[in-house]
Design a protein around this ligand. Structure first.
Ligand SMILES: NC(=O)c1ccc[n+]([C@@H]2O[C@H](COP(=O)([O-])OP(=O)(O)OC[C@H]3O[C@@H](n4cnc5c(N)ncnc54)[C@H](OP(=O)(O)O)[C@@H]3O)[C@@H](O)[C@H]2O)c1
Length: 302
């Protein structure tokens, strides 16, 4: 990624999500050792970006990443992190310039690095004008502490306000083949304004790995029974396409995102290092145009 993020948003395609690296406050039963292994495995493979946040373990995820990256060449991967939850005020969302500037310094210290490749405002607060929050991050970009400015979980209107002066480089928001609202809601504006898009929940929290069956419908209550049946049958089609590439369903789904020019980087989460190993294999898959379209159509109602 060069300094001009808007020109190079396609440079990174595969990253990892690390909410299960040290994210003890979000998930039960996580072990720090698994977190260290996940990050090491990612950097030993071809993963080019680590996506983290203060909120994942209230700094613990960033600390684990910081310990591991000391042993790797910093220029060989990107780090994206986020903040907004104020540790000095019951984690209330705070986007004030003073808070954001301190949050970047704290993240740099935990990550034991000199710069952060993308720093996202994790959630919008109620009061800070969005363009002022982003301007504070733009100052840090000029000083070299961060290399790109991001916002996450912002509505289109909030993104427009934040980008009043053209200072937003990336948007991170929920998106997957079973949650496609961003395509119509956000992508036209982002593309017009050369803002990169990084989807979170790309595997729909594991659903798109194909490891669940119709019997698991009640674990995914955001979908109606009919929608869940459609997903399970769409995954059967993906499985057939996967066989053409000697690949798994999740690898094929990740390959679809990688082939999608509207997506800047794919950051599947992992619970252990073997899931990382498995997901990295997606880089060997080159979907044909027909296969890409078949998957697109199979999930067109989402
Ligand atoms: N900006 C935001 O507000 C925001 C919000 C959420 C997430 N994020 C970021 O986005 C990243 C991705 O989201 P996510 O991790 O929540 O969801 P995800 O990528 O959709 O799903 C990841 C989960 O799927 C399962 N999985 C992954 N690879 C697998 C494989 N090869 N085989 C079987 N199961 C596999 C694992 O869970 P199990 O083993 O438990 O099934 C893993 O934790 C996060 O890690 C985080 O960095 C950002």
């Amino acid at each position: 990624m060069s300094h001009n993020q808007k020109e190079s948003s396609k440079a990174v395609k595969l990253g990892i999500g690390t909410n299960k690296v040290g994210g003890h406050n979000l998930f039960e039963g996580l072990k720090d050792e698994d977190g260290f292994d996940i990050v090491r495995e990612a950097l030993d493979s071809q993963v080019q970006m680590i996506d983290t946040a203060y909120m994942y373990g209230l700094g613990r995820s960033e600390e684990i990443i910081g310990e591991v990256i000391k042993n790797y060449s910093r220029s060989s991967f990107k780090i994206a992190t986020k903040a907004a939850q104020d540790p000095d005020n019951d984690l209330k969302i705070n986007n004030t310039p003073t808070f954001l500037k301190k949050a970047v310094d704290d993240a740099l210290a935990r990550l034991q690095t000199d710069y952060i490749d993308i720093f996202y405002i994790h959630f919008p607060d109620e009061n800070t004008p969005k363009d002022e929050a982003v301007a504070a991050l733009n100052d840090l970009k000029k000083s070299g502490k961060i290399r790109a400015v991001g916002v996450s979980n912002f509505s289109l209107e909030q993104i427009k306000e934040a980008n009043k002066n053209g200072q937003v480089d990336y948007v991170e928001d929920a998106y997957s083949l079973v949650h496609r609202e961003a395509e119509n809601k956000l992508w036209p504006y982002l593309q017009e304004n050369h803002i990169g898009f990084v989807p979170y929940f790309p595997l729909a929290s594991g659903l798109l790995t194909g490891k669940y069956s119709l019997a698991d419908a009640d674990k995914f209550d955001q979908f109606t029974k009919e929608q869940f049946e459609t997903i399970v049958s769409a995954l059967k089609l993906v499985e057939k396409i996967a066989e053409n590439h000697n690949a798994s369903i999740s690898q094929t789904i990740l390959a679809w995102y990688i082939a999608n020019p509207s997506i800047s980087a794919v950051i599947p989460g992992a619970r252990n290092a073997s899931q990382v190993t498995n997901n990295v294999t997606t880089l060997n898959i080159d979907l044909t145009e027909t296969e890409y379209q078949q998957i697109d159509t199979a999930f067109e109602n989402f």
